[in-house]
Ligand binder design. Structure first.
Ligand code: SF4
Length: 261
C-alpha cells in the first residue's frame, strides 16, 4: 500500500452551510422592504402662531363682558392672610387651603397672633395640606420677618416680598395684584397651559409666559388678566379635556385638536 499523501487545507471539506468568503462578497445587499423599514419619526405639528393684537383684545373683551370683576378663590381677610393663604396654596387646591385656613385665620389674622399661636398649632391647623410641615415653618418665619423688618405689615414691593421665607415670584405677584391692585400677572399651572394653547404668549416656563403677557395684554385688562386666564383654565380649558364647546373664545383659539360635543 502506497504511503498516504498529507492533507492540504483545500482537501478539508467546508461545512455545507458556510458559503465561501468570495461568494459572500459577491452577494449584493438586498434593499430592506419598505414595509419592514423603520417608520420615519412622526413630525411634530407646527406650533400655531400667537394671536394678533386685535384678537388678543377680543379675547379679553369677551372675558371682561362675561365676568367684569373676577376674583381669586383663596379666602382671606387682609393682605397678611392673603399672603399666608398663597404660601399654603403651593401644590394644593384653593378649596383645600380654604378648609384649613378658616379656623386658622379666625384666631391668627396678623403676624403677631400667628407667632403667639406657635409653629406646632399652625402645623396642626394645616395638616390636611400637602407639605404642611415645611409650610408651617415658613408661615412662622415670614411672620417673624414681617414684624422685625416691616413693622408687621406686608410690603408692597416685589423684592421685599420675594425675600420672605416661602415666597416666590408667583406668590409675590398674587399679593401685589390682589392686595395692592398692581397689574401683575401671576402664572400658575392653569394660566401657563391656557396661554400656550390659545396661544397668547407662548413660553417654555412661567417667567417667559409672564413677560410675554405683560407685552401683549392691553393696559385696561392688565389688572384682571391673570384671574380671567386662571379661572378659564381651571373650569373650561382644563388640562386633560378642554371644554371647547362651552368656551367663549373657541372661534379665536388656535389650539388643535379642540374637543367637540
Ligand atoms: S377653544 Fe378649547 S383649547 Fe381653546 S381656549 Fe377654549 S377650551 Fe381651551
Amino acid at each position: 500500500m502506497p504511503p498516504r499523501k498529507p492533507l492540504t487545507p483545500s482537501d478539508v471539506p467546508r461545512p455545507v452551510d458556510t458559503p465561501p468568503a468570495e461568494a459572500l462578497a459577491k452577494v449584493k445587499a438586498k434593499p430592506v422592504s419598505k414595509a419592514l423599514a423603520k417608520p420615519a419619526a412622526k413630525r411634530k405639528p407646527k406650533a400655531p402662531r400667537p394671536l394678533e393684537p386685535a384678537l388678543v383684545d377680543e379675547v379679553f373683551t369677551r372675558f371682561h363682558e362675561a365676568n367684569p370683576e373676577p376674583k381669586g378663590e383663596l379666602e382671606h381677610v387682609n393682605p397678611y392672610t392673603l399672603l399666608v393663604a398663597v404660601v399654603l396654596s403651593a401644590q394644593a387646591t384653593d378649596a383645600g387651603v380654604n378648609r384649613a385656613t378658616r379656623s386658622l385665620f379666625a384666631v391668627a389674622d396678623t403676624p403677631e397672633k400667628m407667632l403667639a399661636l406657635g409653629e406646632d398649632k399652625v402645623r396642626e391647623a394645616i395638616k390636611t395640606i400637602g407639605l404642611f410641615r415645611n409650610k408651617a415653618k415658613n408661615v412662622i418665619a415670614l411672620s417673624r420677618t414681617l414684624i422685625d423688618e416691616h413693622g408687621g405689615e406686608v410690603p408692597q414691593d416685589r423684592d421685599a416680598l420675594e425675600r420672605l421665607p416661602g415666597v416666590g415670584r408667583k406668590t409675590a405677584n398674587v399679593v401685589l395684584n390682589m392686595a395692592f391692585a398692581q397689574p401683575t400677572i401671576a402664572v400658575d399651572t392653569h394660566l401657563f397651559r391656557v396661554s400656550n394653547r390659545i396661544p397668547l404668549a407662548p413660553g417654555k416656563n412661567p417667567l417667559a409666559v409672564e413677560l410675554g403677557l405683560e407685552k401683549i395684554v392691553p393696559d385696561r385688562f392688565r389688572l384682571h388678566a391673570h384671574h380671567w386666564l386662571i379661572l378659564h383654565g381651571r373650569y373650561v380649558c382644563k388640562a386633560r379635556k378642554p371644554d371647547c364647546p362651552r368656551c367663549l373664545i373657541s372661534d379665536i383659539c388656535r389650539f388643535e385638536p379642540k374637543t367637540v360635543i
